[in-house]
Each structure stands twice: as C-alpha cells, then as structure tokens.
Design a protein around this ligand. Structure first.
Ligand code: HEM
Length: 519
C-alpha cells in the first residue's frame, strides 16, 4: 500500500516537473519567437470578428482603400484567421512567382466544400495529388492546342447563331449579357460535354433536364457564392447558425448541379455501352470517365471527383468571357470615339463582306488593345481566387504564417499610378505598340493570375473574348436606348468570385453588313 502511494507521489511530481518544463521552455520559446516576428501592417482587429467589419459589399474596393493607408502588403484578421492582401505588382510577383509553391493552395471554405464536391474540382482543390491530376487533365485534354483548334467549328457555329439572334433583335432594346452568356455556355458545354445538355425553348425536345435560364442562374449563383465572405468560415463556432444563409444556398445549388451532371454522365455511359467495341473518347466527359476506370491512376477518381472535374469548365468558361465582353461594350458606349476607331480598323482589315475569323485577330491591334484595357480596368477576378500559404515564409521582410489566406487585388494593381498613367480612364491606346501581355509575365496586368494556380483556360478565354468582341463590333452598330446618355451609363460592380456589372447594360444594335451574312 505504502509502495503504491510512493509511486503515485513520484508520478505526480514527475508530471508537475514536466508541466513546469513545458511552460518555461516551449511557451517561452513560442513567446520569444512571436516577439521577434514582424507581420505586415494592418488595422487593429476586434475580438471575435477581427477586421470583418471593414469589408464592404465590394470587398476589392474596401481592400483598395485600406491599402492606401497600410500599404502594398497588409495583414488583417477575419475572425481569428490571418489574411494578407497584396496590392502592387511587386508584391503579386512575390506571392505568385518567387514563393509560388508556398502559396499554391486554397483555403478550405464552405464554397469549396458544398458547391465543388468537397474540394474535388480544380478551382477549390488544395495543392496535392488530386489538383495535380486535374491540372494535367485540363492542360492535356481540354486546353491542348490541338484540342482547342479542333473545336473551332463549334465556336464558328455558335458565333453565327449569336449574330443571327442579334440580327433578329435589331432596333430593339436588348440585354446583351443574356445573349453573351447563352453563347459562352453553349460553346463551352459543346466543347467540354460534347453537346449542350440544356433546352433553349419549350419546343426544344433534346434529352436535357435543365432549361437554359436555370443553368445560367446556377452558374451565376456558383460565382456569387464562391466570392462571399461567409461568417462561418472565419468564426467556425458560429457556422452552425449559417447567419447569412449562404450555406443553405450552397447546398441547394449543389443539388441542382448534381442532378445536371448525373444526367450528363449517364448519357455518356449509355453511349459508351452502345459502342463498346470501337469506342473512342470524344470529349472531356469520356476522358474523365476512362480515367475513373483506370486502376493505375495515382489518385482514385470517385464519383465526386469525376463530377468536380466536369463542373469547372462549364463554370470557368461561361461567366468570365461573357462578363469581359459586356464590360468592353459598356466602356465603348461611354466613349463613341473608341467605337468609331474600332470599326474603322475592322472595315480596313476585314472589309464588309465577311465575318472576323480567329486567324484575323493578330491583324487587329486596336481590338486587342480594347480587350486588354477591359481586363486591366475590369478584371473578372478582382481578387484572384484566394491563395493559402502551406508554410511560414518571409515577404518584403515581413513574416507570413503558414495557414494565411492571401488575396491578390488585381483591381488595385490595374490602377497603380506608378504603372498606369491616367489609370482611372479607359484608354485602349495605352497598349498600342507596347509589349505587355496578359499571360502572367507582366505583374501589373494579371487578369488570369500567374504561376501554378494561373487560369488553365486562358487561351480559350482570350479566343472567345477577342473573336466575340471583334464580330459584335464588326456586325453591328451599337447605341444606348434613346433616353440614356453615354455619361449616364452606370459602372457599378457586383462582387463575386467573378465581378460583373451590377445592372446589366441595355443596348440597341443595327446590322452593318449585308443581310445574307446573318442568316
Ligand atoms: C476571360 C476568361 C477567363 C478569365 C479572365 C479567367 C480568370 C481566372 C482567374 C483570375 C483564376 C484564378 C487564378 C488564381 O487563383 O491565381 C482562374 C482560375 C481558373 N480558371 Fe479561369 N478565367 C477565364 C477563362 C476560363 C476558362 C475558359 C476556363 C475553363 C473552361 C477556366 C477555368 C479555370 C479554372 C479551372 C481555374 C482554377 C485553376 C486552379 O485553381 O488551379 N477559366 N481563372
């Protein structure tokens, strides 16, 4: 009995000594390290909410204002999570090039969990084997030069359909965004899924389960929910309350996408079964399904993985290009002088008896300059999709902790007066004769990001933007409705993972070419 008491006493003493040792060494060291660390400047956080109170409904503009005070790299807190915002080309280069590997992951936000099959798509996947597989698949299958070129006939057919629809609407007030999203959605669906899989009218008897309008709403909702600052992400113990109702919307959206993709996959499997002996993969769905059957694949693709990978191209390709073209048209309508210059170039280079082909774009420097100026002034990803650091690192002499979410404010960067003269003016001429491109090499212009997480669809995106814009300006003269003056065109923004016009622009078009070209 006595021996037992002695053992208990000894153990108690040992535990106390160990605890004392831990408190004096580990915590002391931790305090010492923290003491020595130097974080980027930023506003003082409140208890519990951190700096969430400083983020308004247009977050990139809130960050822009804060950066005027705290500088090109600043640190905030959302709840208790560290957030770093960079707002200059130099700092963007540090994140996306110098420390690319460290910042190549994504934070695990509710949007990725509920609307992207538990981070199984490419956009929300953390840096790891699944993301690497997705990236390889996209670059080799969907966006290889050969594959993109082979789909040119789809883009030509859909361009023709767009021009015919607009011809039928000439002289009438038209919400151009609706026509543009219909065009990009059809294009991307046909390229990635093999066919449209949505119905465009009541009489459309295709096997689709979803109407065009519904699918457009689903795409819009995905981008909006992808960009929201959801309180539960940053103050996890409040997440069960879903105070803003976002998670409920995410779950509802997920159900709709799931039904849609189930149908697309079932249809592809049925076709494969019917052609069992001489089946050749024709589109991205076929390729992903083949990969899912491959027992030697580095990462097993389960049903969520398959759907996640199929979801991204429909989303990535639709909203982005349509939004950019809508911004371009809006800016041109505010300055009719620019519209005249664009049509002069088109008349001179293309002439009035044919449409603009993809090969013509290299001979249209002014159209390309309009596209670049639009991407500078209205980048679709005003804050690039959030990056996450996976290890401690130092940037501009500041310590950035592992687990920090980083926003790159491309909206601010495109307005940096050190790089852009009269940065608040829409001036396509600034790009003429200049060698600034948009493919991630010039950090003052980052519409597609740069580095490992750079947009894999940028070549297709650029093709769609250039050729759509060129043909819209070539085929039609553009006016505002009679009661709207150019200076009255509002340019208010609605923030999301992509930022578009808050109010869609209404236009009136009239044909410029011979009637037979539109039918
Ligand atoms: C105007 C056209 C487009 C623009 C402006 C654009 C812009 C962007 C931006 C800014 C990013 C985030 C980069 C970052 O996190 O650093 C991104 C990522 C992505 N984009 Fe695009 N994009 C366009 C077209 C497309 C197209 C056509 C597709 C596919 C069909 C696509 C698919 C994706 C995907 C899957 C990602 C996630 C990449 C990753 O996280 O690894 N995008 N895009």
């Amino acid at each position: 009995m006595e021996a037992h008491t002695c053992v208990v006493q000894a153990l108690t003493w040992l535990a106390l000594i160990a605890l004392f040792h831990y408190l004096t060494t580990t915590l002391g060291r931790h305090r010492l390290r923290r003491h020595k660390q130097k974080y980027p400047p930023g506003p003082k956080p409140w208890p519990i909410i951190g700096n969430l109170n400083l983020v308004g409904s247009v977050p990139h503009q809130s960050f822009h204002c804060l950066s005027q005070k705290y500088g090109e790299i600043m640190q905030l807190k959302f709840g208790s999570f560290p957030i770093v915002v960079v707002s200059s080309p130099e700092m963007a280069k540090e994140i996306l090039q110098t420390h690319d590997q460290t910042f190549a992951s994504r934070p695990a936000l509710a949007a990725g969990k509920y609307t992207s099959y538990n981070y199984s798509d490419m956009a929300w996947a953390p840096n790891g084997p699944h993301w690497r597989l997705a990236r390889r698949l996209y670059l080799n299958e969907l966006f290889s030069t050969k594959r993109i070129d082979s789909y040119e006939y789809i883009r030509v057919e859909e361009r023709h359909a767009l021009m015919s629809r607009l011809y039928a609407l000439s002289g009438r007030e038209t919400v151009i965004r609706e026509e543009l999203t219909r065009f990009t959605l059809t294009n991307v669906s046909r390229m990635a899924l093999g066919e449209k899989y949505f119905s465009e009218s009541e009489s459309d008897r295709s096997s689709s389960r979803v109407k065009l309008e519904e699918l457009k709403e689903m795409v819009d909702e995905w981008f909006l929910l992808g960009g929201v600052f959801n309180i539960g992400d940053w103050i996890p113990w409040l997440s069960f309350l879903d105070l803003q109702g976002y998670v409920k919307r995410m779950k509802a959206l997920h159900k709709k996408f799931d039904r849609f993709l189930d149908h697309v996959i079932a249809d592809h499997k049925a076709k494969r079964e019917a052609n069992k002996d001489n089946f050749v993969a024709k589109d991205m769905v076929d390729v992903v399904l083949q990969l899912a059957d491959d027992p030697n694949l580095e990462v097993k693709l389960n049903s969520d993985g398959v759907k996640g990978l199929l979801q991204d191209p429909i989303l990535g390709g639709t909203d982005t290009s349509a939004i950019t073209v809508e911004w371009a048209i809006s800016e041109l309508l505010k300055q009719p002088r620019l519209l005249r210059k664009a049509t002069e170039e088109l008349d001179r280079v293309i002439g009035r008896d044919r449409w603009v082909e993809e090969d013509d774009i290299q001979n249209l420097p002014y159209i390309c300059a309009i596209a670049k100026e639009t991407m500078r002034f209205h980048p679709v990803g005003t804050l690039l999709a959030p990056h996450l650091s996976t290890e401690d690192c130092k940037i501009a002499d500041y310590d950035i902790r592992k687990g920090t979410t980083v926003f790159v404010n491309t909206w601010s960067i495109g307005r940096d007066p050190r790089y852009w003269e009269a940065s608040e003016k829409f001036l396509p001429e600034r790009f003429l004769g200049k060698n600034i491109d948009v493919t991630g090499h010039h950090f003052e212009l980052l519409p597609f990001g740069s580095g490992r997480r750079m947009c894999p669809g940028y070549r297709l995106g650029l093709m769609l933007i250039h050729s759509t814009l060129a043909n819209l300006l070539h085929g039609f003269s553009w006016k505002l409705p009679d009661n709207v003056k150019p200076e009255d065109v509002e340019m208010e923004e609605e923030f999301g993972l992509t930022t578009h016009r808050k109010i869609p622009i209404v236009v009136v078009v009239e044909p410029r070419l011979s009637a037979h070209l539109y039918v």
